[in-house]
Design a protein around this ligand. Structure first.
Ligand code: PMP
Length: 404
């Protein structure tokens, strides 16, 4: 008689399952369709990619060269979780210069602002907690909050962004932990929340007890009009607003540099969460960014980028009337990277995408940006990655695809 070793038995026992939060994260049909957008000749309005030819590659390369030549032992070494003092000091100065007094100690450097969203979800959210968001909302923020098990609820709004009265009613009803908002040149709509509404949002947060997460990766990319102060600087918001910043849209997204400015108790919790996530953001990237800020003029660079993006926005506005069917509406962003459109009637932009992609052009359907019932007739177009000529051609193809 042979004895079978249970360890080498041919039948494998089933493995323990994924965590519920991971198992519920679905693949997406849209992602499958958009996979073809990397093929040559494609005009891709779907990605959210800054224009690569406008990166200050030479200036950034010099900054990396200098820190690696002069302080290699530091640049290549582990760093503190909070971030490199030289970068935090420079960021604090930039934030203070824009009207929000900030010291280096108020800031935590993050690996892109996307990481700040995960850290905040870890620090603030229990499964089942309510989170309020704009409608529509930045997609990867919805993901970060959903992965934390939050109940994500959309605040109604209009062309100016979220409605503070609706916010007040929802805060009373849902008792949320936080409101997440991109008040300036929002992703996906390009909308900007006016000052009076920011003041009202601050009052609601103060009166009702609510964290505000104010995500501002696009604010510096202004094409026209006056800067609107951060919500964090309005009465009542100071001790309960987390301001997120990022170099992705003004320097280079590949450097993965963001930061959060938060009240001490929440910032310390985020530091602990970050330790567990990645110990710290790459030292060499932080020092290179600090060096760039010291040696170069980032504001002058951003002004050049904004000039180019304004032309591209104008090219998109010039061609969109002929591309979209009669009865469509769209936003006219005063900055940022995105325009949001709505087709007439009961069009479904997810269904239409397949035919549009056959014309070698792509957009992102609007449905996944909605936390509540989706508006399926909506879509997002990124107007910064292509030249004005390519944008014109892309819109002609879009028109053909939508008519076909
Ligand atoms: N917030 C918003 C609103 C965004 O649009 C993005 C990037 N598309 C991010 C955060 C994340 O940016 P990053 O991690 O590159 O700073």
């Amino acid at each position: 008689m042979t004895v079978t070793d249970p360890v080498s038995a041919p039948i494998a026992a089933p493995l323990p399952p994924l965590a519920a939060r991971a198992a519920s994260a679905k693949g997406s049909a849209v992602r499958d369709i958009l996979a073809v957008t990397t093929r040559p000749g494609m005009i891709n309005f779907a990605g959210g990619l800054p224009a690569p030819e406008l990166f200050d590659a030479e200036g950034i390369a010099a900054a990396y060269r200098d820190v690696l030549a002069e302080t290699p032992g530091r640049a290549l070494q582990y760093s503190t979780t909070e971030g490199e003092p030289a970068l935090r000091t420079a960021l604090a100065q930039r934030t203070s210069a824009r009207g929000l007094p900030t010291s280096a100690d108020d800031l935590l450097v993050t690996t892109g602002s996307q990481q700040a969203l995960s850290l905040l979800a870890t620090a603030l959210l229990e499964p089942g907690d309510a989170v309020l968001v704009e409608s529509p909302c930045y997609l990867a923020a919805l993901q970060a909050f959903s992965l934390a098990g939050a109940r994500v609820v959309a605040v109604p709004g209009d062309d100016d962004g979220l409605d503070p009265d609706a916010l007040d009613a929802l805060v009373r009803r849902e008792r949320p932990k936080l409101l997440y908002t991109v008040p300036t040149f929002q992703n996906p709509t390009g909308r900007t929340l006016p000052g009076a509404r920011r003041a009202a949002v601050a009052r609601v947060a103060a009166r009702r007890g609510l964290w505000i997460v104010e995500d501002d990766p696009y604010g510096e990319l202004r094409f026209e009009g006056e800067r609107v102060p951060w919500i964090a600087s309005y009465d009542g918001a100071g001790d309960r607003t987390v301001l997120l910043g990022s170099f992705s849209k003004v320097m280079a997204p590949g450097m993965r540099l963001g930061w959060l400015r938060a009240p001490a108790v929440l910032r310390r919790a985020c530091v602990v969460a970050k330790q567990a996530a990645d110990l710290h953001t790459p030292t060499v990237n932080q020092l290179a960014a600090a060096r760039y800020l010291a040696d170069r003029d980032l504001d002058a660079h951003v002004a050049r980028v904004a000039d180019a993006y304004r032309e591209r926005r104008d090219a998109m506005l010039a061609g969109i009337t002929d591309a979209l069917p009669d009865g469509s509406t769209w936003t006219r962003p005063a900055g940022g990277m995105f325009l949001w459109a709505r087709l007439p009637g009961s069009c479904d932009t997810t269904d239409l995408l397949r035919r549009v992609v056959e014309q070698d052009v792509a957009y992102v359907p609007g449905a996944p940006f909605h936390a509540g019932p989706p508006d399926r007739a909506t879509l997002r177009l990124c107007f910064v990655t292509q030249t004005p000529e390519e944008i014109g051609e892309g819109l002609r193809r879009l028109g053909r695809g939508l008519r076909s």
